[in-house]
Design a protein around this ligand. Structure first.
Ligand SMILES: [Zn+2]
Length: 106
């Protein structure tokens, strides 16, 4: 178990703020689907328009997942959410277990 106190708290805070930011982008991208779908239905969008919107949403999700994947852990410097081919958007580092809000609990 690595001692969290050994890391510069400023670096820890900045790193985790970035992780939280990327997580927020990811969830926001996923959640925008429902209101987006309802708005499109309300506007009586055609099948073609719906397909384009869906493709745009998939692209948005891919970018968000990409951003969340490359963000690195401030403690162990590994990718925070990714262990090999597995992407796990959990609330702690998949390598060292550093919590996403570890800088707030002190
Ligand atoms: Zn870590």
């Amino acid at each position: 178990m690595v001692d969290e106190n050994k890391i510069d708290p400023v670096i820890l805070h900045q790193g985790l703020a970035k992780v939280r930011n990327r997580r927020w982008i990811l969830w926001a991208s996923i959640l925008v689907y429902m209101p987006g779908l309802l708005i499109a239905l309300d506007m009586q969008a055609s099948g073609g328009t719906m397909a384009k919107l869906f493709a745009a949403w998939i692209a948005l999700i891919c970018v968000s997942v990409g951003l969340a994947t490359i963000v690195s852990c401030p403690r162990c410097n590994n990718s925070y959410h990714t262990n090999g081919p597995t992407f796990l958007p959990v609330r702690k580092c998949v390598h060292c277990g550093l919590a996403v809000n570890a800088d707030k609990t002190k």
